[in-house]
Ligand binder design. Structure first.
Ligand code: ACO
Length: 429
């Protein structure tokens, strides 16, 4: 529905652009008819000013540091909810009743196993293959396992897809982890909740009893909640774009995992840890802060800055508190990397460059320190992010497929290459 019109005046006349108001956030001007009426496209590299769809799932106010899943503040969900309940909320739009939650939880628990043939795919990877490459490859292979039974226009098929992929991602991730260690694969246990099952698949070995640490399970559940969705970010937009062609959704999720891997996105948690190791000691902080500010140096402070948050990232504050709790429980609250991270944060927050550019610690500044304390290798950090974000990707894919306005994603360009010219025979060049 159009609330008001914006008039755009150019050399070839003016165009009236209808605009729409959402529940929250700025209005959007509808430029869909601009080309037909005025023969002009909009130019927006990185889509920083473009609303690509209507969405009811997640809202962010970057200036105020607000993050809502289906209207519920992430702080309230982090304090009171569980990852499985948050999955239900994101997928179905409302908090479940007790009966709905039990049924959903049971559905996820009974879809955790993967086909043995899929397990054998891991043997094709070298032992030091990056787990993100293995996980995106194996998730892509799910489209081969479930192609004939996946009709994207069938609501029940879509629902089974959502349960399958949320349930199987930790199993696939743990298989990648065990493969890289050369340890035997550990099967899922459906008597355990999502995060406890994840821990036992990663860290138990057949040779001895494994005791699940409740603080570790609580920390994993919290990290999964905080990473579950973040509206139209790079990987989610990738899933939407890939899915918009009608491709098998397992392939679209694999594309999202690939996009997440980059250090400017989900790969930042691994990059933060490697950066802290590189800085090494508090006495080197000034040198690295200077490098981050130097335009001629490609070094950036990883875990700082965000496309949308320009005040603070509400997830970072919650994760920092959890970091204290986990390290204290494990008797590692004097972890030198954690102390270095706290100090680096303080120096950067007071530095004019970071203050002026509104660069604050983001969700991944502290998450890697928790994962490391729990025993995960740095290369697994982004895989943990992928497990959490799967529900967000699935929710957005579902919303897109059922949106009557959905069209294949196909941006335009400003062409700056050579104009048409004639082919020159090789002897004459
Ligand atoms: N260190 C130093 N300078 C920075 C940093 C940083 N971490 N981030 C941004 N800047 C500077 C840029 O150089 C730029 O300076 P300029 O205006 O003088 O050219 C300015 O701040 C704006 O930065 P952009 O890159 O234009 O901002 P954009 O919104 O495109 O990028 C991003 C956001 C990718 C998150 C960026 O801040 C960054 O690279 N951060 C480090 C990587 C990181 O932590 N990524 C995780 C993000 S959270 C997530 O995806 C889960």
């Amino acid at each position: 529905m159009s609330d008001k019109n914006y008039t755009l005046t150019g050399e070839s006349g003016s165009a009236d652009l209808p605009s729409y108001s959402g529940t929250l956030g700025p209005d959007v001007a509808d430029v869909r008819k601009l080309y037909a009426q005025q023969n002009i496209f909009t130019f927006d590299p990185g889509f920083a000013s473009t609303a690509s769809c209507r969405s009811e799932i997640t809202f962010i106010d970057g200036d105020e540091g607000v993050l809502l899943y289906r209207g519920y503040p992430v702080e309230q969900l982090a304090k009171n909810s569980s990852f499985i309940e948050v999955c239900y909320l994101l997928l179905y739009g409302e908090l479940p009743t007790k009966a709905e939650l039990d049924k959903f939880d049971n559905n996820i628990r009974t879809h955790t196993m993967i086909n043995e043939t899929m397990l054998r795919l891991f043997n094709g990877f070298h032992h030091d293959a990056h787990p993100m490459a293995m996980v995106s490859g194996v998730v892509g292979s799910m489209s081969a396992f479930y192609h004939e039974t996946m009709d994207i226009h069938n609501a029940r098929h879509r629902e089974i897809f959502s349960h399958r992929i949320i349930a199987k991602l930790p199993t696939i991730a743990a298989a990648a982890y065990k493969h890289s260690l050369g340890q035997p694969f550990v099967y899922p246990r459906n008597d355990l909740d999502y995060s406890s099952n994840l821990l036992q698949m990663f860290f138990s070995v057949p040779a001895e009893e494994y005791e699940i640490d409740s603080v570790a399970a609580e920390a994993i559940d919290l990290l999964l909640i905080l990473h579950a969705d973040h509206e139209q970010n790079c990987s989610t937009s990738t899933v939407r774009l890939a899915g918009s062609s009608g491709t098998n959704p397992y392939s679209a999720i694999a594309a999202g995992i690939a996009a997440l891997w980059g250090p400017a996105h989900g790969g930042a948690n691994e990059a933060v840890l490697r950066m802290l190791e590189q800085i090494g000691s508090a006495k080197n902080i000034d040198e690295y802060v200077a490098k981050a500010k130097d335009k001629d140096d490609p070094f950036r402070l990883m875990g700082f800055g965000h496309r949308v948050y320009k005040n603070f990232d509400p997830r970072a504050t919650i994760i920092r508190d959890m970091c204290h709790k986990v390290l204290a429980k494990l008797g590692r609250d004097d972890d030198p990397l954690f102390e270095l991270a706290l100090e680096l944060e303080q120096v950067a927050l007071k530095d004019e460059y970071f203050v002026e550019k509104k660069l604050y610690p983001n969700v991944d500044f502290y998450s890697g320190i928790i994962y490391r304390a729990l025993g995960f290798q740095p290369s697994m950090f982004t895989v943990m992010f992928a497990i959490a974000r799967t529900v967000g990707w699935v929710s957005h894919w579902q919303e897109m497929i059922t949106d009557p306005e959905h069209r294949i994603g196909r941006p335009r360009q400003l062409y700056v290459g050579p104009a048409a010219r004639d082919y020159i025979d090789v002897a004459k060049r």
